[in-house]
Design a binder for this molecule. Structure first.
Ligand code: GUN
Ligand code: ZN
Length: 440
C-alpha cells in the first residue's frame, strides 16, 4: 500500500550537526512524502518526485499544512494525568499530596487500562509518536501501557517504576519484587512490536542503595535496555539525597557509583548539576532530559541549556506530565524557549524542533528508524495546520522563512493545530474529524 501526502515538508538530514542546523534541515514549500507499507518511500520536492514517479497511488493534498516527523517526548508519567494542574507548592509536597495517591489507583487493572488509553490518546493528539514513559510501580499500569501502545503500533519505551523507601507504604515494593517484575516484563515486551524496556528506579530518594545496585545490575544483564530516573530537580530533593547518601560526593555520584551512567541512561531535569557532574555525564554519554513546563509549574528552577551544550551532552525534552502542564511538545518548546531567553541565550527554532525530532531519535539510538523522512524510516509523522488557530493564521500570513513559521507555531501552537498524527502511515490522532480513524 502506497500513499502520498502533499504539503509543506520539514525535517532534518541524518547528518545534521547540532551546532550547524542551518545546513542540516530540509524544507519544501510544496513537498511530497510517500509512504509505502508503513515506511518512508520518498520525500522531497513535489514536482521533482511527481515527474519521476508512476502515479498509481493516492495523493492527499494537505495544502499549506506542515508535514514533519512525529514528536518525541523523553520524559512523561502515564499515571499522573488525573493530577495535572494540581496546586501543590513544590516537588516533595506535590508528590506526597497529589501524585502518590493518583498513582495508587493504577493498581486496579480496569482503572489502569482506561486511564492509560486516555494518556496515550493525549500523546497522539498532540503529535507525539514516541515516548519514554514512567508508569507506576504496578504490573497493571505497566502492562496496560505496553499493551495499548502495541495495539496502536506506537513506539514506546517504559518500565515499572521502582520505589522501596520514602513514599507511602501502599506504593513501596522491595527491590527483589521490582527486579522480578521488571525481568518478567522484559521477557514479555522488550523488542516486541515497537516496544522497548527501560529500567526505572524513580530517583535516589525513593531508592535504597540495594535497589539502585539491583536496578543497575538488571540494566547490565542486557545490552539494549534503557535506564531512566530523576536528578537535581529541586533544592530540597538534593539536600535529602546528600543526607541519605552521605558518603557520595554529590547526587550524580550516587548513580555513578552503582554503574547507572551510560549512553542509554536518561536523567530527568538536572537543573542544579554542577560542573564536575556535567563533565562526568558528558564522559559517560548519559543524556539529560529538560522538562520546562514542569520546572516552571513546580517552581523547581531554570535549566541552563548552555551548560550541557558546552559539555557536549545530548539534551532531550520531556513534557513531564503531570508535573508538566501540557502534553504538547510545542508548548514544551515554548517554555524551553522562554527559560533560555531568561538565561540570556535564546534557543533557535531549528534547535528546538531538532530536539523533539531527530535529536531525540539520535539520543535514543533510534535514528536509523525514526526522526526524519529518509527512505526506509518508520513513517511516524504529524500534520500541523496553522489555520486551525486564527491568531497563528493571521501571524504567518506574510511570513516566508521556515524558521519564522516554526517559531510562530511553537509560540502560538498547541494540540489545536495538530490536524493528524500518523503511526507507520496510519492516521491515529486528530483534533478534527475522527470519523473512520483508529481512535481509542
Ligand atoms: N521526582 C521523583 N518523582 C517525580 C515525579 O513524578 N515528577 C517529577 N517532576 N519529579 C519527580
Ligand atoms: Zn518526572
Amino acid at each position: 500500500m502506497q500513499k502520498g501526502y502533499r504539503g509543506r515538508l520539514f525535517d532534518f538530514k541524518t547528518s545534521a550537526e547540532i551546532h550547524d542546523l542551518e545546513k542540516g534541515f530540509k524544507y519544501f514549500e510544496d513537498g511530497l512524502l510517500i509512504v509505502k507499507d508503513g515506511f518512508v518511500e520518498n520525500a522531497g520536492d513535489f514536482q521533482t518526485i511527481f515527474n519521476k514517479t508512476a502515479q498509481s497511488f493516492e495523493i492527499e493534498n494537505l495544502g499549506k499544512s506542515i508535514i514533519m516527523p512525529g514528536f518525541i517526548d523523553t520524559h512523561v508519567h502515564s499515571v499522573q494525568t488525573k493530577a495535572i494542574a494540581s496546586f501543590g507548592k513544590e516537588l516533595l509536597d506535590w508528590l506526597d499530596n497529589y501524585i502518590f495517591p493518583a498513582e495508587r489507583k493504577y493498581e486496579d487493572p480496569e482503572y489502569a487500562t482506561f486511564h492509560t488509553k486516555f494518556f496515550l490518546k493525549n500523546l497522539l493528539k498532540n503529535g507525539t509518536t514516541t515516548a519514554l514513559v514512567y508508569p507506576s510501580v504496578h504490573e497493571t499500569s505497566t502492562s496496560a501501557l505496553f499493551d495499548t501502545a502495541m495495539d496502536l503500533n506506537m513506539r514506546l519505551i517504559a518500565g515499572n517504576t521502582w520505589m522501596d523507601r520514602n513514599a507511602p507504604g501502599y506504593l513501596l515494593e522491595n527491590c527483589e519484587a521490582s527486579y522480578k517484575l521488571s525481568s518478567q516484563l522484559i521477557k514479555k515486551y522488550h523488542n516486541r512490536s515497537r516496544l522497548k524496556f527501560a529500567v526505572t528506579p524513580r530517583y535516589a530518594i525513593t531508592s535504597s542503595p540495594e535497589a539502585l545496585k539491583l536496578a543497575a545490575s538488571l540494566f547490565h544483564e542486557y545490552d539494549d535496555l534503557y535506564l531512566q530516573t530523576h536528578i537535581s530537580e529541586n533544592r530540597k530533593e538534593i539536600e535529602m539525597v546528600n543526607h541519605s547518601y552521605p558518603n557520595h560526593r554529590n547526587y550524580l555520584d550516587v548513580y555513578d557509583d552503582f554503574g547507572m551512567l551510560t549512553e542509554r541512561t536518561f536523567l530527568g531535569h538536572g537543573i542544579y548539576l554542577e560542573d564536575d557532574e556535567l563533565k562526568r555525564i558528558s564522559k559517560t554519554g548519559t543524556k539529560i532530559v529538560h522538562c520546562p513546563t514542569s520546572n516552571l509549574f513546580l517552581g523547581s528552577g531554570l535549566f541552563d541549556y548552555q551548560k550541557p551544550l558546552h559539555n557536549n551532552i545530548q539534551v532531550t525534552l520531556g513534557s513531564d506530565v503531570g508535573g508538566g502542564t501540557s502534553f504538547s511538545m510545542l508548548q514544551t518548546l515554548q517554555d524551553a524557549y522562554k527559560i533560555s531567553a531568561i538565561k540570556g541565550s535564546p534557543m533557535s527554532p531549528l534547535l528546538m524542533f531538532y530536539l523533539i525530532t531527530l535529536g531525540a531519535a539520535k539520543a535514543l539510538g533510534l535514528e536509523n528508524r525514526i526522526g526524519n523522512f529518509d527512505k526506509g524510516k518508520e513513517a511516524d509523522f504529524v500534520v500541523l495546520d496553522p489555520d486551525m488557530n486564527p491568531l497563528l493564521k493571521y501571524r504567518i500570513e506574510e511570513s516566508v522563512s521556515p524558521e519564522d513559521l516554526l517559531f510562530a507555531m511553537m509560540i502560538l501552537g498547541d494540540d489545536r493545530i495538530v490536524k493528524e498524527t500518523y503511526l507507520m502511515g496510519k492516521a491515529v490522532g486528530s483534533n478534527q474529524s475522527t470519523a473512520g480513524r483508529n481512535q481509542i
